[in-house]
Design a protein around this ligand. Structure first.
Ligand code: ACO
Length: 312
């Protein structure tokens, strides 16, 4: 079987920074509450003109450059998003048009904050089976348009942004070593977009309990499946929702703080964009190096979850 890995990464975040102090002026909250309960200090919020597809295009352009590829090389486009510009055309089709990609298949994939992991695993199957060579995967979200800015329970948590990767065949023994995906529809009621208001509704403590249970469990599954011990994991890139959830997964894997991504502090929860955004930052910093074993883990609405163990 072919080895499939990430050969290019690119991101985009909007310019506007909204700090916790900015939010103190809008709702009854405090910087202290937000920091201590979530770890979030600030988030990026997109302008009215900048929708999910625009951010997706910007991230994809950078990923193509990083992979030394052009639009011509892409054989499949998958966009993970819960906040598409329209029900259809999909963000993936809009990206195809903007980047001048050939008439290859393009589709959106909806698995809330686990969407990026789901999309990477889906793309991997097509490469392994020799169907396609290069797959463009994007996680892009404009959560600010589905957040009730008068609801302190949710508005402090989310941010906007996009991250993209290119998946291709890599040297044997590198790339994705194992994956695990899961869903529990009975928990759908704890985190959803209300059809009447079109806003995110959430039972924070139930989602918290689910995440603290499922994240470490899923990480351990992919590590074991890859034939590794947890001590062999070099870096963890978890979905960035809450620093306390991240810490619980870190502790279970026995990793030091500097081996775990915590970009939630400056991005907030960017849903399907959070893992590629965090991955890019760690690569830029040199925190993830060649040959490192990296675990990426997502969880979110559905309820859904998924992990990937990858040798960089
Ligand atoms: N500022 C001040 N007080 C607040 C705020 C705020 N922004 N938000 C809630 N509160 C209050 C509530 O009103 C409540 O007050 P009460 O006790 O008087 O009723 C109290 O704080 C809530 O306290 P806790 O429930 O103890 O808060 P907790 O420590 O659980 O933190 C949080 C809440 C941050 C939401 C946490 O539960 C969490 O992160 N859950 C996971 C959420 C998540 O990850 N969601 C995204 C999933 S990804 C996706 O698919 C979109």
């Amino acid at each position: 079987m072919k080895s499939v890995g990430i050969v290019g990464v690119g991101t985009y975040v909007p310019e506007q920074i909204v700090t916790n102090h900015d939010l103190e002026k809008k709702v009854n909250t405090s910087d202290e509450w937000i920091r201590s309960r979530t770890g979030i200090e600030e988030r990026r919020i997109a302008s009215d003109e900048m929708d999910t597809s625009h951010m997706a295009v910007k991230a994809a352009q950078k990923a193509l450059l990083d992979a030394s590829m052009t639009a011509e090389d892409i054989d499949l486009i998958l966009v993970a998003t819960a906040t598409p510009d329209h029900v259809f055309p999909t963000v993936a089709c809009m990206v195809q048009e903007s980047l001048g990609i050939r008439h290859v298949p393009a589709m959106d994939l909806s698995a809330a904050c686990s969407g990026f992991v789901y999309a990477v695993v889906t793309g991997k199957q097509f490469i392994e089976t020799n169907t396609y060579k290069n797959v463009l995967i994007i996680g892009s979200e404009k959560f600010s348009k589905i957040v009730d800015w008068d609801d302190r329970n949710t508005c402090v948590l989310f941010g906007d942004g996009a991250g993209a990767v290119i998946l291709s065949e890599v040297t044997e023994g590198r790339g994705i070593l194992s994956f695990e995906l899961g869903a529990d529809g009975t928990g759908g009621k704890h985190l959803f977009v209300d059809n009447k208001t079109n806003f995110v509704a959430m039972n924070g403590s139930e989602v918290f309990k689910f995440a603290v249970r499922q994240l470490p469990e899923s990480c351990m599954q992919v590590v074991t499946q890859a034939g590794l011990e947890k001590e062999e994991v070099d870096f963890l890139v978890p979905h960035q929702a809450n620093i306390r959830i991240i810490d619980s997964a870190r502790e279970r894997l026995g990793l030091d703080r500097d081996k775990v991504s915590t970009t939630v502090t400056k991005h907030g929860n960017t849903s399907a964009a959070s893992i590629p955004l965090a991955l890019f930052e760690e690569l830029e910093k040199g925190a993830i190096k060649d040959d490192d074993v990296v675990v990426m883990v997502g969880f979110g609405g559905g309820l859904t979850w998924g992990s990937i163990c990858i040798r960089w």
